[in-house]
Design a protein around this ligand. Structure first.
Ligand code: NAP
Length: 286
């Protein structure tokens, strides 16, 4: 079997087109959805991520401001800046790019963002809302994975979903979202014994680990849906060295799975797209 590809670029294009239309409708009412992106320090990867986020906003007709501060910024000054953004009526969403310098308490920073503007969905209020099934912002990466399942018309009811990884930003919220759609969910982590025995039972596998080839073809049930969240680089000395790859052994797993997301061009673009969706919804909620 050769799996069908779930194309994150194509789905993103469609969803961003819908965001642009809704943003235009808001503008007619005098509201321009606005996202503030805050970057502290000079981490090169973070600089690329924030530039991509700001550009995606502009391309979809959202207003965005990028605030860059040196790595020496005091925590108190960052909190004061977030407080000002909380009160700024032109800003509907606030994103603080992680990681932050070691002297800054990232959780404290996240908790300072107003839950009404927490478009990354990392605030405990957002996490709690997801937990109890109340409206709130869903973290963009797992939200994007759910949109991919929705796009292929996959009914999760009664299906067994295995999530590999339990981080607060991907694995745990992913599991809750799958549960909300009535899947039976297993969460795996570094202490899980016999991962293969679990993944072989799965109708849906979400790999969110950050290690190449965590999921190989012998671990996948024929026809399963495989979503690859991982972002890794192929090490020096191997074919394709330096290129982006996921957690899944893509070329072999695609021969077994029914559906599969590629890396790049899968979950990555969906993450930014869901940030736009959340920002738009923050503006619509007013
Ligand atoms: P993280 O915080 O490092 O979490 C990784 C998780 O994987 C942990 O729960 C860890 O278990 C688990 N794990 C580690 N080794 C394992 C193994 N051998 N078997 C099973 N589980 C194992 O990472 P994250 O922030 O969730 O990100 C995961 C990956 O997704 C990374 O590659 C990241 O770059 C990528 N990512 C991509 C996007 C995107 O937009 N495409 C967005 C976010 C993240 P323990 O809890 O026991 O340590």
């Amino acid at each position: 079997m050769t799996a069908q590809l779930i194309d994150g670029n194509a789905l993103s294009k469609q969803l961003r087109g819908e965001v642009a239309k809704r943003a235009a409708a808001l503008r007619e009412r005098g509201i321009v959805p606005g996202l503030a992106v805050v970057l502290v320090g000079e981490n090169p990867a973070s600089q690329v991520y924030v530039r991509n986020k700001v550009k995606a906003c502009q391309d979809s007709g959202l207003h965005s401001v990028l605030e860059q501060y040196p790595a020496t910024l005091r925590q108190a000054d960052l909190l004061a800046r977030i407080d000002a953004l909380n009160k700024d009526p032109a800003i509907h969403g606030i994103l603080v790019q992680l990681p932050l310098p070691a002297h800054i308490d990232a959780q404290k920073v996240i908790e300072t963002i107003s839950p009404a503007k927490d478009v990354d969905g990392f605030h405990v209020a957002s996490a709690g809302a997801l937990m109890v099934g109340q409206p709130g912002f869903w973290p963009c990466t797992p939200y994007g994975c759910m949109k991919m399942l929705e796009a292929i018309g996959y009914d999760l009811k009664g299906k067994h979903a295995v999530v590999i990884g339990r981080s607060n930003i991907v694995g745990k919220p992913m599991a809750l979202m799958l549960l909300q759609k009535n899947a039976t969910v297993t969460i795996c982590h570094s202490g899980t014994q016999n991962l293969k025995a679990l993944t072989l039972q799965a109708d849906v596998i979400v790999a969110a680990v950050g290690k190449r080839n965590v999921l190989t073809a012998d671990m996948v049930k024929p026809g399963a849906v495989v979503i690859d969240v991982g972002m890794n680089r192929i090490p020096d000395g191997e074919p394709g060295a330096g290129k982006l790859c996921g957690d899944v052994d893509f070329s072999a797993v695609k021969e077994v799975a029914g559906w599969i997301t590629p890396v790049p061009g899968g979950v990555g673009p969906m993450t930014i797209t869901m940030l736009l969706v959340n920002t738009l919804e923050a503006a619509e909620r007013g």
